[in-house]
Design a protein around this ligand. Structure first.
Ligand code: TYD
Length: 140
């Protein structure tokens, strides 16, 4: 599955910690958008979509939550619980965010501006697209 955990460098001393994230250096794309999610309820399920082309790095600067990733063949659940830990996701991965701590803030760095046409919000359609992409890959 095409994901990666990025451990951002922490600059810290006994007064606190600092993490700096630079485009094309600490994340592998030029950042065109930043958004964040907060105030999530205990049983919220967010995400439930895949992207056709978007790349993202997701992290929790405060609190923690779980990410269930699905590439059409394999499912994996990852808990992000350190402010310096980022999850790099490429396109064509179905994602669901759950088990938010009450204080959780989810920050997302994205490679493109918001475009609803880049979303796949229907799981059956996602599976069809993945199956189609596999066939094209195998032919080539
Ligand atoms: P959505 O991507 O469905 O959120 P999540 O994946 O966390 O469940 O977006 C929720 C709403 O916010 C939806 O109406 C679209 C809007 N939105 C923007 O306007 N700009 C953005 O950059 C994002 C990510 C969402």
């Amino acid at each position: 599955m095409e994901y990666r955990i990025i451990d951002f460098a922490e600059h810290g001393d006994d007064t606190g910690s600092l993490v700096a994230i630079e485009a094309l250096k600490d994340v592998p794309f030029a950042i065109k958008r930043v958004y964040y999610i907060y105030g999530t309820t205990a049983h919220a399920v967010r995400g439930r979509h895949a992207h056709k082309t978007l790349e993202q790095v997701i992290f929790c600067p405060v609190g923690s939550c779980e990410f269930t990733l699905d590439d059409g063949g394999e499912r994996k659940t990852i808990r992000l619980q350190h402010p310096n830990q980022g999850l790099y996701l490429r396109s064509n991965i179905w994602r669901e965010f759950t088990n938010f701590s009450p204080d959780c803030v989810v920050m997302v760095l994205a490679s493109e501006q918001y475009d609803e046409a880049d979303y796949i919000r229907d799981y059956a359609e996602f599976m069809r697209l993945i199956a189609g992409a596999d066939k094209i890959g195998k032919r080539g």
